[in-house]
Design a protein around this ligand. Structure first.
Ligand code: KG4
Ligand code: ZN
Length: 402
């Protein structure tokens, strides 16, 4: 697509559209900084009945929601399609059918309104949600390079982020989970304990009532792909971290199994089932309600607190170790799990101790939204990184080189 094909108005206004998972979202953001609107239609209640996101249902809901959500975002911002400089959309990673709804609609709008189209990586969006807010509030000054922890239901990644001379951002993926994402572990453990969905907010709130040191969960060394290759070449068992190489990867499937084993060996199964039944009968009970808390005995609350303490400790250790190893001048935490209160408290305390700035998104921007997509699109717009009509959904889209 050639630049002069478009009517760029110089308003700095970008419409962002996000549909990668279970939220249909649209937002209008000016110059990557000022969100004029930020509309999110969540499907959480729909998927809660199934204990996880059902891809076919998600696509259908996006289809139903995308037009009214975009219309609401434009109305709330008080702008017309004519006023926009570009239309940005999440191209991946995410659910193929869900992504396609947003992409197809964004392409149609781009074509119809004669505005450039910008494809945005969802994970880059999460990082820019924080940077946008840090700039807006003029609070924490983030210097480059940054270490970004993106931690959600689908991802647990560490990126080293830098801005190029022409304004575009470049990323290096320096750590990743080798199995479950941290949010996935929260959701699975909550399910094992008969708590509601999504599990993160339940565990976050209930953990405040338990003893975080009651159950000593431990994270061992992680076998990387290279470790496994080396061990098969050498014909001996891999032992995790190879000497001389630092490993910033994560693994959360082990702690989930450890929680399951704890439930079984401590005779907690019946209590879990009773809790599951009670919560199914009372969908109005949330983790803050006294009725929900009353369903959890001391042993359960201690298990919940210990699980969270271990997960947050692991995220914290890996993030700060990577920041130190790569000379990062600040840490940015984003994604759904960045809403976690213990995580925020402990990251802030560690950052203060080291004199390293740390930034989180507001709660509204920590879950999936489109303001972050429009914000991440701004440097691409300035660098004229436009997509053409071949833009498609890339469910496994990666961010940055490894
Ligand atoms: O970023 P997000 O909205 O969607 C994607 O996965 O991309 O993240 C949702 C995840 C879920 O796994 C949810 O349990 C987790 O974020 N989450 C939390 C909290 N709030 C949401 N995890 C821990 N503590 C929370 N307060
Ligand atoms: Zn997300």
């Amino acid at each position: 697509m050639r630049e002069n094909d478009h009517s760029v108005k110089g308003t700095g206004l970008i419409l962002g559209i996000e549909s990668s998972c279970d939220e249909t979202a649209a937002a209008v953001v000016r110059a990557g900084d000022e969100a004029l609107s930020n509309i999110v239609a969540s499907q959480m209640n729909l998927h809660a009945n199934y204990g996880g996101v059902v891809p076919e249902l998600a696509s259908r809901e996006h289809l139903r929601n995308v037009v009214p959500v975009v219309r609401a975002a434009m109305e709330r911002a008080g702008v017309s399609f004519e006023d926009l400089d570009a239309i940005a959309v999440t191209e991946g990673p995410g659910l193929a059918g869900a992504l396609l709804v947003g992409i197809t609609y964004a392409k149609a709008l781009s074509f119809g309104a004669g505005k450039p189209l910008i494809g945005v990586n969802h994970l880059e969006g999460h990082i820019h949600a924080v940077l946008m807010e840090a700039r807006q509030h003029g609070g924490v000054q983030m210097e480059l390079p940054l270490l970004a922890l993106v931690v959600s239901g689908g991802h647990t990644h560490l990126y080293l982020a830098e801005q190029q001379a022409e304004g575009a951002w470049r990323y290096r993926n320096v750590g990743r989970t080798v199995d479950d994402a941290a949010g996935e572990a929260y959701d699975k453990v909550a399910k094992l304990l008969g708590l509601g969905y999504p599990g993160g907010p339940w565990i976050d709130v209930l953990a405040r009532r338990g003893d975080p040191l009651a159950v000593p969960f431990r994270f061992g060394p992680i076998k990387t792909r290279t470790d496994r290759q080396e061990s098969s070449i050498e014909g001996k068992a891999a032992i995790g971290n190879s000497a001389g190489r630092t490993n910033f990867d994560f693994s959360f499937s082990g702690i989930k199994t450890a929680v399951l084993r704890y439930i079984e060996t401590h005779g907690m199964r019946e209590a879990v089932e009773a809790r599951r039944r009670a919560l199914a009968e009372h969908p109005e009970w949330d983790p803050h309600s006294e009725e929900a808390v009353a369903l959890c005995d001391r042993q359960t609350l201690d298990l919940i607190a210990s699980f969270q303490h271990a997960v947050v400790g692991n995220l914290l250790r890996q993030s700060f170790a990577a920041a130190e190893a790569f000379g990062a001048r600040g840490i940015v935490v984003s994604g759904g799990v960045a809403a976690n209160s213990e995580l925020r408290r402990r990251f802030q305390a560690e950052a203060d101790k080291r004199g390293l700035p740390v930034a989180f998104p507001s709660l509204a921007l920590s879950t999936d939204n489109a303001a972050m997509i429009a914000a991440a699109a701004w440097p691409k717009f300035m660098a004229r990184e436009f997509a053409d009509e071949t833009l498609g959904a890339t469910p496994q889209l990666r961010l940055g080189a490894v």
